[in-house]
Design a protein around this ligand. Structure first.
Ligand SMILES: Nc1ncnc2c1ncn2[C@@H]1O[C@H](COP(=O)(O)OP(=O)(O)OP(=O)(O)O)[C@@H](O)[C@H]1O
Length: 265
């Protein structure tokens, strides 16, 4: 049951299979996936390349329909894009000819929202992601990490209730990635939106999420769901928490047992 008494429904995925290809040569990207995400929960999905993580995100966003099964987003089972949804991809998709502030305001232009009323909000978001002084610069004047921060600020402009993040830090250097993780947690603690965060990194998943969904490939299935019981904010120190070490090890063991990782000979 996806709806806890007294709480609003989050995302409920029930018996979902997604098959690509042809009847003769089907590619089963996801098979019989069941997953409930609570409203306001931070869930990470970790798994090897090709296990169906992006497909899962695309199904929830309704960019792709499931082959079978149902997906309810905040109680809505229609095939319309969920209201209050934002997506952040691995590679920033900023518009080269717009300043950073204008890029963050872009969703206002797309939806017909009042951009004048949202300008203050956009500047506040740029401050939150450490780009206050770059509002009038253009994307080519920023580093990769700064551009990704701007993408995240843009995704938050309309105060999404559901934030879908597909390897958002995948293209960043290790130091920037660590800082982005800490900053994303701070943003989430302020806004408490529902987050589905896709990553290849075991550490990142355990450090960020309330629950980690471990997926294994061919066909993509949920192998295990782990509750991460660490106090927040977790910040940089969380890497020393015994819970972090135990849960990272548990996930590593799953991938070892499924041949995704191999011990050195
Ligand atoms: N549009 C499509 N047409 C055909 N096959 C597809 C399509 N999209 C995904 N697939 C297949 O579905 C499977 C899962 O792909 P998906 O992109 O969801 O994996 P992923 O876990 O996100 O991988 P990665 O971590 O490499 O991004 C793969 O075998 C892929 O080839």
């Amino acid at each position: 049951m996806s709806v806890e008494s007294g709480k609003s429904p989050g995302v409920a995925i029930s018996g979902v299979t997604k098959t690509f290809g042809t009847a003769e040569a089907p590619i089963v990207a996801l098979e019989r996936v069941d997953l409930d995400i609570k409203d306001g929960e931070f869930v990470a999905v970790v798994g090897p390349s090709g296990c169906g993580k992006s497909t899962l995100l695309r199904l929830i966003s309704r960019l792709t329909p499931p082959s079978s099964g149902t997906i309810s987003v905040f109680g809505d089972v229609s095939n319309k894009p969920p209201e209050g949804m934002s997506i952040v991809f691995q590679n920033h998709v900023l518009l080269a000819w717009r300043s950073i502030l204008e890029n963050v305001l872009f969703p206002a232009d797309m939806t017909g929202a009042n951009r004048r009323a949202l300008k203050g909000k956009a500047l506040e978001l740029l401050e939150n992601v450490g780009l206050k002084d770059f509002a009038d610069n253009y994307p080519h004047e920023l580093s990769g990490g700064m551009r990704q921060r701007a993408s995240i600020a843009r995704a938050l402009l309309l105060e999404p209730r559901l934030l879908l993040m597909d390897e958002p830090f995948g293209a960043l250097d290790a130091l920037t990635r660590e800082q982005m993780r800490v900053d994303l947690e701070a943003l989430w603690l302020r806004n408490r939106m529902t987050i589905l965060f896709i990553t290849h990194s075991i550490d990142e998943a355990v450090l960020l999420a309330d629950r980690v969904i471990v997926m294994t490939p061919r066909p993509g299935r949920i192998e295990r769901v782990l509750e991460i019981d660490m106090p927040r904010p977790r910040g940089l120190a969380a890497r020393r928490d015994p819970e972090f070490l135990a849960k990272s090890e548990e996930i590593t063991e799953i991938f070892l047992s499924r041949g995704v990782l191999h011990r050195q000979q």
